[in-house]
Design a protein around this ligand. Structure first.
Ligand code: G6P
Length: 613
């Protein structure tokens, strides 16, 4: 959601900014724009649509300048068009701003500015902010950094901003609260971005800007950080572990299919140093350091959104089965606003691929303020959620660029499973032999995924049959109910086919009315766990002529004979089936979307990192 890039140094800014915007395209956006300072001119170019549309428009203009800011906008206030795209000029056109987030009190601020003679061209909250900065700057006769600080003191909401000034060709001022911002430090140059992906090409030295911090990037000077409350901060330089090749498609047509195929490796990476296959033991430092908290927890609350919420549901099944601790799984957006009951001996687990989801971050803050112990399961190192939790565990799936989450999901499930097994073993609620057996099975999962990925061509072939479909139903029981939800979400997200996930037994309470020979029904029916019950559900669909696509364990013939299409997965223990069953569902959604000609990596209206609530 909204991408920010900035550059100040000795090189031409335009190519760096455009490349940076392209790296941020994965976050989701609907217009783009750029502002460049050249020889006393502050030039702003904007376009509706893709970064390529911006390039087409801007390249006929003056694109010179060694200072600039650029933006991809995901519309919140006002439709996605050229006027609402960022950057926005101030009234005098002396300032230009880019912004990610929402200024909640923009209407009242706007009224005040209008009373002072300010006029507005766009419907955005962002234009209000840049006018406010200009007004504060002029009326207080202060420099840009001070003006940003004073203006932000009047603002309620979330933001990451960058501002440049026509008469100050050596400075970019940026600030954040709630929305991410990273500064890259090169030789005599600075880079600024929403995440490290546009920066890694130039430097691996970065500073993550903290909430309510204002950073001044000044040519030839050290980085300066002050808080909105005017305290000085020393920049903490970190080294990026990211590599450029992780951000490229590596020969695949889309990031999503690359990421699906990476799963044997990413799951090994999630387990590396944590699962000892020789000793069949699990070690998680986030657990070891806080063992007592886990031993004494009376309840675990999992908070997350989207795919991460589905991973949380699987975590609930595993933690309740092995650790015998009650688990509640909450949508972060509901949890944060519904006055939840949180006790001091609760553990709140926040799951987030990006580590930036605004609602999950707010849920963390709420739980923290009520004294709960917060454990994060995140993928992006250094992101906001892990920086706000008491402890946690990175998923180590590597950068996920496709908007539809795939490898991050299986990595989240892996971490949750390791955690559940570990708590169960330490509490003595999980039998030692069962523990040893599951840990050994866990170690076999990457190879089993490698094996099942070989069915890609088969799935691609039968996916062609389903491009006619307007609706899909996904069914599963037990651990595979959340997998059904996730399979349906994948299809919705990238193929725009309406899909519903249901617990298989719930079908009788409504969805069965939808079944006809037109309706494809995906049923997850592995041998491990409630197999006979699922077979009965399949019979019920068959009796109503639904088209059955089944996911079965290799060697199963019963379900295969009842199905129109079958995908086989290797055998494993019940709690690990989601790690296998999720993969063919990812492939199915991918291939249907490709045949339909959809933009798989950047589906319409979706954002990868949802930094506004
Ligand atoms: C967006 C993404 C989803 C993701 C969800 C939660 O909707 O498109 O793929 O599951 O946000 O994101 P998080 O980064 O918190 O896991």
């Amino acid at each position: 959601m909204c991408g920010i890039v900035g550059y100040i140094g000795n090189r031409q800014a335009y190519p760096i900014l455009i490349k940076g915007l392209q790296r941020l395209e994965y976050r989701g956006y609907d217009s783009a724009g750029i502002a460049l300072l050249d020889d006393g001119n502050l030039n702003v170019y904007k376009a509706k649509g893709k970064v390529s549309d911006l390039v087409h428009f801007a390249e006929q203009k003056n694109i010179k300048g060694t200072v600039g800011i650029a933006h991809t906008r995901w519309a919140t206030h006002g439709e996605p068009n050229q006027v609402n795209a960022h950057p926005h000029y101030s009234q005098s056109e002396e300032l230009a701003i880019i912004h990610n987030g929402i200024i909640e009190n923009y209407a009242i601020l706007k009224e005040g500015l209008q009373a002072q003679g300010y006029t507005f061209h766009s419907q955005t909250d962002t234009e209000v902010l840049v006018q406010l900065i200009e007004y504060v700057k002029k009326s207080n006769k202060v420099d840009l950094t001070k003006a940003v600080q004073l203006a932000l003191n009047q603002v309620i909401g979330a933001y990451a901003i960058a501002v440049i000034e026509k008469n100050q060709p050596d400075i970019i001022v940026a600030a954040r609260k709630g929305s991410p911002l990273v500064v890259g430090i090169g030789e005599d140059e600075f880079f600024l971005a929403s995440d490290a992906t546009p920066i890694i090409e130039y430097t691996n030295q970065v500073v993550y800007i903290g909430d309510e911090e204002i950073v001044t990037l000044q040519r030839g000077k050290q980085l300066k950080i002050r808080t909105i409350a005017d305290a000085e901060k020393t920049p903490e330089i970190k080294k990026l572990e990211l590599t450029l090749s992780q951000l490229e498609k590596g020969g695949y047509p889309h990031f999503m299919i690359k990421e699906i195929n990476e799963q044997p490796k990413t799951l090994s990476d999630s387990m590396r140093g944590r699962v000892s296959h020789e000793e069949n033991e699990i070690k998680l430092s986030g657990f070891i350091d806080n063992k007592e908290k886990f031993m004494n927890a009376s309840r675990i609350i999992i908070t997350a959104c989207g795919t991460s919420w589905h991973a949380g549901l699987i975590g609930k099944y595993a933690i309740e089965e092995f650790a015998r601790i009650p688990v509640e799984v909450e949508y972060s957006s509901e949890f944060r606003y519904r006055k939840p009951v949180i006790h001091k001996d609760d553990i709140v687990i926040a799951i987030s691929q990006s580590g930036e989801t605004a609602d999950t971050l707010a849920a963390v803050e709420l739980a923290k303020s009520q004294g709960a112990f917060i454990f994060g399961i995140c993928n992006v190192v250094g992101s906001s959620i892990p920086r706000n939790t008491d402890s946690g565990c990175y998923t180590h799936a590597g950068p996920e660029i496709g908007v539809a989450s795939t490898k991050a999901f299986t990595a989240q499930v892996t971490v949750l499973t390791m955690l559940a097994l570990l708590i169960g073993k330490e509490k003595g609620t999980l039998d030692k032999d069962q523990y040893t057996n599951i840990v050994a099975e866990l170690g076999l999962i990457p190879d089993k995924i490698r094996h099942l990925l070989k069915q890609d061509a088969v799935i691609a072939e039968f996916a062609k049959t389903f491009t006619y479909a307007q609706n899909f139903i996904y069914l599963g029981r037990g651990y595979n109910f959340p997998v059904a939800l996730e399979g349906a979400l994948k299809l919705k997200e990238i193929s725009y086919i309406h899909a519903e996930g249901y617990p298989a037994a719930e079908m009788k309470h409504g969805p069965i009315a939808l079944i006809s020979q037109e309706m494809p029904v995906v049923v997850i029916a592995p041998s491990a766990g409630m197999y006979e019950k699922v077979v009965s559900n399949i019979q019920e669909i068959k009796a109503r002529k639904g088209k059955i696509i089944s996911i079965v364990t290799e060697g199963d013939v019963v379900v295969q004979n009842l199905s129109d299409y079958t995908i086989c997965i290797p055998d494993t223990v019940e709690c690990l089936v989601p790690l296998l069953a999720a993969i063919p569902l990812q492939l199915l959604a991918y291939h249907i979307a490709v045949v339909k000609g959809c933009d798989v990596d950047q589906p319409r209206n979706l954002a990868k990192s949802v930094t506004v609530e």
